[in-house]
Structures are given as C-alpha cells and as structure tokens.
Design a protein around this ligand. Structure first.
Ligand code: 9UX
Length: 72
C-alpha cells in the first residue's frame, strides 16, 4: 500500500520555493503525490514505501535547499 506523511519544511519564502520542493519530491521514483503548503510550512506526501523511505523524502527537501522534519 501507499504511505502518507506530513513533513515540516522551513526556509520557503515564495511560491517558487514551494514549487521547487514539490518538483524535488515528484522527481523521486515512487512518490505519487506531493503537495506543499507554503504558508503552513508543510508538505503532504504520498508514496510507495517499497520504493521510497521517509529519510529519502527528508533528504530530497534538504538537497533542494530547505530544512525538513518528518511530522507524522
Ligand atoms: Mo524566490 Mo523562493 O528567489 O527562495 S525562489 S524567494
């Protein structure tokens, strides 16, 4: 089955920032949906846990230049 997590993302200051986080997440094989809420500093991510781990999600956000924390 799919896994859904919420990730706290800090450092985003404009819509281009949140778009780049979404793009980074959607670029991971196994991520089905990535929705980033700029004003809430959060990302909602749905993915196949056989292909992507929580840590990969966190790392992709950090590689894009932001801080990430898995919330739930
Ligand atoms: Mo515009 Mo968001 O430079 O960092 S992409 S503020």
């Amino acid at each position: 089955g799919m896994r859904r997590i919420q990730v706290g993302v800090t450092g985003m200051t404009c819509a281009a920032c949140s778009n780049s986080v979404e793009g980074a997440l959607m670029g991971l094989k196994g991520v089905a949906k990535a929705s980033v809420a700029l004003l809430q500093n959060k990302a909602d991510v749905v993915f196949d846990p056989d292909l992507v781990k929580d840590e990969d999600i966190k790392n992709a956000i950090e590689d894009a230049g932001f801080e990430a924390e898995i919330l739930a």
